[in-house]
Design a protein around this ligand. Sequence first.
Ligand SMILES: Nc1ncnc2c1ncn2[C@@H]1O[C@H](COP(=O)(O)OP(=O)(O)OP(=O)(O)O)[C@@H](O)[C@H]1O
Ligand SMILES: [Mg+2]
Length: 532
Amino acid sequence: MKMINLQENYEKDYQDDPPIQSYVGCCTTARNDYVDLIRALNNAAIITETDLHGTITSVNAEFCRISGYSKEELVGQKHNIVNSGVHTKEFFELMWTTICGGGVWFGEVCNRAKDGSLYWLHATIFPIFSTETNEVYKYAAIRFDITEKKKQEFALKHKAEQYRDIIDITDGFCRVDADGRFLEVSNGYCQITGYSEEELLSMNICGSDNFEGSMSRILEPEFLMGRVSKSFETICSRKNGSKWNAEINVSHSTLNDGSFFILFHNISERKEIEANNENLRQQVNQIQKLDSIGRLTAGIAHDFNNVLASILGYNEFNKDICDDMPDGALKVELRNNVIQVETAAKRAVELINKMMTYARQKTNKKSKDTKPTAEIIEEVVNMLRSGLTNKFAIELDLNYKLHIDVDSTDMHQIMTNLLVNARDAMKNKKHGVIKIQLHNSHYDNAHCNACFKTISGEFIELSVSDNGMGIDKELQSSIFDPFFTTKDVGEGTGLGLSVVNGIVRNAGGHILIDSQRGVGTTFKLVFPLQTE
Ligand SMILES: Nc1ncnc2c1ncn2[C@@H]1O[C@H](COP(=O)(O)OP(=O)(O)OP(=O)(O)O)[C@@H](O)[C@H]1O
Ligand SMILES: [Mg+2]
């Protein structure tokens, strides 16, 4: 087989070496075409020949141009004069093995120019066989400058690496098409959602209920049309149904295929802290509010008590004067007035006592009662039963073994206030029922409606239910505020539940409310379990 002898002075070659014609497989009429081809190749390609030891025997002008060496500087040198140091020993070993074995080697090679700059070539290196011996006697290389293409590739690779870095620092990444079908998902995204890559790639981000519908926002026309990115927070579900809070950033992909990049950032921890802070803020507010109202109430009650003591004292004098008066209409009228003043003043004293009870809620009063709580409750109910009304039933379900550490006077206050409230809530009811229960209960992360703390564990629970008008959700956080009432002037002071709350708090307990408008209300007073 004949090979082309690629020399820069190709025309001379052509004249000296007729077999070239046979190699290109052309007939004699192709002579001019062949000359043109060689000329074109010489202009476009970088061409060199070396002997069997890699010593350069011939170079074309393109090789000199790209390497920066002159022909004289190159010919006679080993080809490794242009080695860049970029490739490994194995790389060159493979190349030499291929061409020494008579094969053709293709590949991308980085060379170093005389000025030290690097350039990239796509090279085809092949052996040339002697016509006489049919042995390889030299090697030729035809190379094309691909430096620009490589630069673009490196830039793209760099971009891709940056992109990977972004993916790695986010908790999850996915790419979806314009219909929401997953096209790509990161490992992080699989981990956080609990789905395998395979499962996700068969799912649709908008169709799945894992994002509570919020993902359909990416399909909103104004977003699809625009080139802006979109960020929002949402609650996502994992495969196992558990929830996590995500901050999501959706942007049009740079691949220009209408797909979207979606980055997920797990913000569950931050959300939890925010919620706890909000809860803590509510608790502090409530404590401050109760504290200032408590102090105000205590001051008013104290001064009022003094005024009432003097009213009642002077009224006693009037009573004595009245007794000494001669009988007659005047005496009867005066006596009646004295009794009215006494009744009104005593009612005022009762009210003051209520205010005092509320105001002293921070004292650490400990119960001295040993009476079972159930017995005290029954006592109160029997006392109040007739005073309430016979229009409704009172049902008791009390565990006698349980004891709440609240003394009987305070237990009376609690029961009286809750029962009177229940009665008032059922005043328009034909068949009102009040249920009182004392039993054990267990709560996990329940919310105290009075102090807003979250409670968990075992408790003794005293509950009072009615099937009255119920309490609106918006009012439920206000009803424990002192002086909050929805009752008409003269019918309620708004102190009942504040007093109950004060006593419950002193005993380390909490109050939970279950209420529905028009259905009824249950007040659950939960106290810590008593240890022996
Ligand atoms: N069982 C109940 N059903 C419906 N609403 C209730 C119930 N208990 C309390 N409320 C609401 O809570 C408000 C506050 O109750 P609270 O006992 O503190 O004061 P009050 O009953 O209005 O006055 P008083 O000081 O005479 O008790 C009531 O005005 C009422 O709106
Ligand atoms: Mg009340």
